[in-house]
Write a protein that binds this ligand. Sequence first.
Ligand SMILES: [Fe+2]
Length: 256
Amino acid sequence: MVDIHSHILPGLDDGAQTLEESVAMLRIAAESGTTDIVATPHANVEYTFDPEIVSSRIREVQEAVGSLIRIHAGCDFHMKFDLIEDLFQNPTRYTINGKGYLMVEFSDLIILPTTDVVFDRMNSAGIVPVVTHPERNPLLQQRLDQLERWTRNGVLLQITAQSLLGRFGPTAKRVSDQLLDRNLVHFVASDAHDTEDRTPRLDLACQYVSKHWGESRADRLFRRNPAAVLKGEPLPAPDEVEMTTRRKRKWYQFWA
Ligand SMILES: [Fe+2]
């Protein structure tokens, strides 16, 4: 599997704090079936993002884990005015592997009305925004129609593996299920921060998606789509098996 959202680099944000913790997180990821992971340190009011430091930490951690797993460069980009201006000057500083995809996180308190304009500008600049964990954002949780409109305009959505398993509470779980039912999810990623609570395991969430929405959907969200992101290629189309698969419910859930 390919994980496009994680905080595995030591001492850059609220994720791993030491090299030992980074290595332990990567071991968990590899042992649960992740072959590639994108390190996405925060760029926000609290944490300054420096792509050169990110590259040197990736080299250091990659050397420590050897061929266990491949680490890629990215950023957890917060929609903040000065960052947005810098993005358009230097897009490859923030995008995954310096290619076309950008992880975008919204504030829990406000989503500016100019967001659509920023998305349009990204589109014209060849940047594809991937909105991170809308199911955990108290504003976006209630705006599924807006999310659907965004996806029609080329915005992609990433949900968190542990949301599907209930770690972020019943609302985040329900919204994740609804987004999957409406086929609005493009990626499931870990957003891992540590080895105990918010770990980089994707396998359990992958089994959950496979059980309810079919193997082909799980393969697209955990493997094919994120693999395309690493290379900066367009996302593959869903295959025919997936197109004809509906959520598998127990008989008593049809009336729920
Ligand atoms: Fe994150």
